[in-house]
Design a protein around this ligand. Structure first.
Ligand code: PMP
Length: 376
């Protein structure tokens, strides 16, 4: 089996799994318990918290709240930061449903919400951003798009937003960026940043929200007051400590992995475009981890199932929106409907080999050529 759906989830690192098992067997105590075993666990969790802040390039004065994943962290960021003061909230057209649907919900509740357009490359349109950011008090723009791999210049967007309103709160969804491209909170200047463990070879069900010093968030889950009262509930200590192991490993190898995966992307596209004419939606400047492309006349689902029948697993967009026929992101990039309906996504990881991705490209190409011939 060739797994090319790493933007949806990844195989856990052996080291992270070992940590999960070790913690579950030997250190399973409740982090809030008053006896020493409990206080030892919370100490370890706090060490992991500081380490992940450091991996993110934050300072020891910043904070990080562990959550059940990026969906929860994204909901927490928006709902915790916004104020009902009549000011605007700004999002991009490319946001993951865990941001976009929160935005839609707030719009329905009477908030003033604006959506920034995308360029044909899938990045946030800077001119449109400049126009829409005026009068806004909160903005959320994803770092790397999960469907196309487009990378937004968050540093520049933060600069523009803060020049308009120095008190604006800037959130970025960094799920497809952290551990894959260079990420540094000090450099980016964001106030809030979301990450998820299972996208970086950690366990499922753990994520985190980075919170810059001085940013106050309203509580999102009420209860026993864990996680600074922002997110109550017994901490997923084993998951958090395994997340820390995965994050440490992937950040350490980020540059090397990036170059390796760039090679995979090149090999895949070279094979796919030899004697074949797919439409490549992801540009050169996109993250090498994600390639969106279309084979005209063949529906995305057909491409996906033909590949699956030859043991190649790919996606027809993000797993979270795979049941929708209209693709909001490709549509915002100005991609025509036929291409949109024929667009699939492959996404790589360090576990993939060059041989695998060439084989996958051959399978996709050959099955599509056969299918198109039958259509004629
Ligand atoms: N944001 C982005 C950009 C994603 O790709 C995903 C996963 N599809 C999420 C948020 C949600 O992550 P999680 O599965 O951890 O809730």
């Amino acid at each position: 089996m060739i797994f090319l759906d790493n933007a949806s989830t990844t195989k856990i690192y052996k080291e992270a799994l070992d940590e999960y098992v070790l913690q579950s067997e030997q250190n399973f105590y409740n982090a809030s318990a008053l006896y020493r075993n409990g206080s030892q666990v919370i100490k370890e969790v706090n060490k992991a918290r500081q380490n992940i802040i450091k991996l993110l390039g934050g300072s020891s004065f910043d904070n990080l709240v562990f959550t059940s994943g990026a969906t929860e962290a994204n909901n927490m960021a928006v709902n915790g930061a916004i104020r009902r003061d009549g000011t605007k909230l700004v999002f991009s057209m490319a946001e993951h449903p865990s941001i976009y649907n929160v935005a839609k919900n707030l719009e329905n509740a009477g908030y003033k919400v604006e959506y920034v357009n995308l360029t044909s490359d899938g990045e946030v349109d800077i001119e449109d951003f400049k126009a829409k950011i005026k009068g806004a008090s909160f903005v959320s723009i994803m770092h790397v798009c999960n469907e196309t791999g487009a990378i937004n210049d968050i540093k520049q967007l933060v600069r523009i937003a803060k020049a308009e309103n120095k008190d604006i709160i800037f959130h970025s969804d960094g799920v497809q960026a952290f551990g894959k491209v260079q990420v540094n909170m000090y450099d980016l200047g964001v106030d809030l940043y979301t990450i998820s463990a299972h996208k970086i070879h950690g366990p499922k069900g753990v994520g985190a929200l980075y919170i810059r010093k001085g940013i106050n968030l309203k509580a999102s889950v009420f209860g026993g007051g864990q996680e600074f009262g922002i997110r109550s509930g017994t901490e997923n200590t084993c998951g958090i400590l395994a997340f820390n192991v995965a994050a440490t490993k992937i950040v350490k190898n980020q540059k090397e992995n990036f170059e390796y995966v760039k090679g995979l992307k090149t090999a895949f596209i070279n094979e796919l475009t030899t004697d074949f004419n797919p439409v490549i939606n992801s540009t050169e400047s996109c993250s090498p981890y994600i390639v969106s492309f279309a084979v005209k006349k063949v529906k995305a689902e057909t491409i996906l199932h033909m590949a699956e029948s030859e043991s190649v697993l790919i996606s027809n967009g993000s797993a979270c929106s795979s049941k929708h026929t209209e693709n909001r992101i490709l549509s915002a990039m100005g991609i025509d409907k036929d291409t949109m309906l024929s667009s699939v996504r492959v996404s790589f990881s360090e576990f993939n080999t060059v041989e695998e991705v060439i084989q996958a490209a051959k399978v996709i190409k050959e099955t599509c050529i056969r299918y198109i011939k039958i259509l004629k």
